[in-house]
Design a protein around this ligand. Structure first.
Ligand SMILES: Cc1ncc(COP(=O)(O)O)c(C=O)c1O
Length: 393
């Protein structure tokens, strides 16, 4: 019913990822597809496209107001996909999770205080901290038995320091692709509860769970921690609608919600959601679930294909298993290049445009993040180019 194969007919002229590729290597031919920034090289779900076209036939685009059907679409989705019953009043719409992270740092910490993040980490986590003049406190993930885990010992020490008042958590984790298990989340929440920290749980990748894993929403792990948690969600990763800039920040504690709303008002002058983005969100959550269910096996197959290809043909790279997200994290240190050489090798020799590991913090040096959400022939082509370039060194 859904076609995840063709690229023909997709308009990527306004894509930041494509533009970035042309900047990195102006000589890139038209047949090269970038595999960096986290959006997908797949067409919009037909249910959303059709619904938007019908909406545009009749809408009068004056100042908008989010209808009760918007809120009920978000609530039903959280119940259905995540077994999480939320009250519509908890939902604070935002024109992106990234702006919301910035508001949260402002709302829930003071200048000079420490904000804990777990690198390798999504670059705006760093910016939200430093541009708000807070101190970045890192609790790097550790690799055990070929898999990333949280360092609970270090986390406990950092949480004991009362100057660390806020923690930015990523679940599932971008870029390493971990889906945190119940026992890990319980230990994490136990430690957070013992300290005074407020937790911002960025769960934007929460629908992109591979191998039928469940996503465990942080507030469902502990009702007590729920009182100190802000959860960031959005349809944008799930349905490839990042350009519509619509996300939902879910805050059950009215005191935290008020603080967040005040910060958001102050910082973005109370800008409301764009009505087209809001309509796309409602359509996604009410009509496009079958599209998502068809997408997930495509992502799993791409993940398996890439893992097998690299394990059998490019021994200098080690692939970490993606459990959630459509991102895959490669340890390229076995290729024996420093991060500058690695970047040049990828963009000039292999013509691969990935996200360089160092943008996720110094723990990412020598690593690369590849976006697997592309038609299979694109990945096959890209990996063959890489194999050829590695063998030709
Ligand atoms: C962890 C994480 N948070 C937030 C975002 C982006 O959020 P938004 O586009 O809603 O600002 C991304 C995009 O890749 C992400 O990986």
């Amino acid at each position: 019913m859904y076609d995840f194969t063709p690229l023909n007919g997709l308009d990527r002229s306004d894509s930041s990822k494509w533009e970035l590729m042309r900047k990195q290597n102006p000589h890139t031919g038209p047949d090269i597809v970038p595999l960096s920034v986290a959006d997908m090289e797949f067409a919009l779900a037909p249910e959303i496209r059709q619904g938007l076209m019908e909406y545009l036939e009749t809408v009068v685009p004056g100042y908008g107001n989010l209808s009760p059907s918007y809120y009920s679409a978000v609530c039903s989705w959280m119940t259905k996909r995540h077994n999480w019953n939320i009250d519509p009043q908890w939902i604070v719409p935002s024109n992106g999770v990234v702006p919301a992270l910035f508001h949260c740092v402002d709302a829930f910490s003071e200048p000079g205080e420490g904000v804990i993040i777990m690198p390798p980490a999504y670059p705006p986590f760093y910016r939200a901290v430093t541009l708000n003049r807070r101190k970045t406190t890192v609790c790097p993930l550790v690799i055990r038995n070929g898999r990333y885990e949280m360092d609970f010992e270090l986390l406990k020490t950092l949480l004991d320091d009362r100057n660390n008042t806020l923690l930015l958590f990523c679940s599932p984790h971008n870029p390493v692709g971990r889906v945190w298990e119940k026992a890990e989340l319980e230990t994490f929440s136990g430690l957070c509860l013992k300290s005074g920290v407020t937790v911002i749980s960025d769960e934007i990748h929460n629908d992109l769970l591979l191998d039928k894993r469940p996503h465990l929403v942080l507030p469902e792990i502990s009702a007590e921690l729920a009182e100190k948690t802000v959860v960031c969600t959005a349809p944008s990763k799930t349905f490839n609608t990042a350009g519509f800039q619509t996300s939902n920040i879910i805050i059950s504690n009215p005191h935290l919600r008020k603080k967040y709303q005040e910060a958001a008002q102050r910082r973005s002058a109370g800008v409301e959601l764009n009505i087209i983005g809001a309509k796309a969100c409602e359509l996604a959550y009410t009509k496009a679930e079958p599209w998502l269910d068809a997408l997930l096996p495509v992502l799993e197959a791409n993940r398996d294909f890439t893992e097998t290809f690299i394990a059998s043909r490019i021994p200098g790279i080690k692939v970490f298993r993606t459990e959630g997200t459509y991102l895959q994290w490669w340890d390229c240190r076995g290729l024996g290049m420093d991060s500058g050489d690695l970047e040049r090798f990828m963009t000039e020799k292999a013509l691969l445009f990935l996200d360089e590991g160092y943008i996720f913090g110094q723990e990412g040096r020598g690593f690369e993040r590849i976006n697997l959400a592309a038609p299979r022939p694109i990945l096959e082509e890209a990996l063959s180019r890489l194999e050829k370039a590695v063998k030709g060194r």
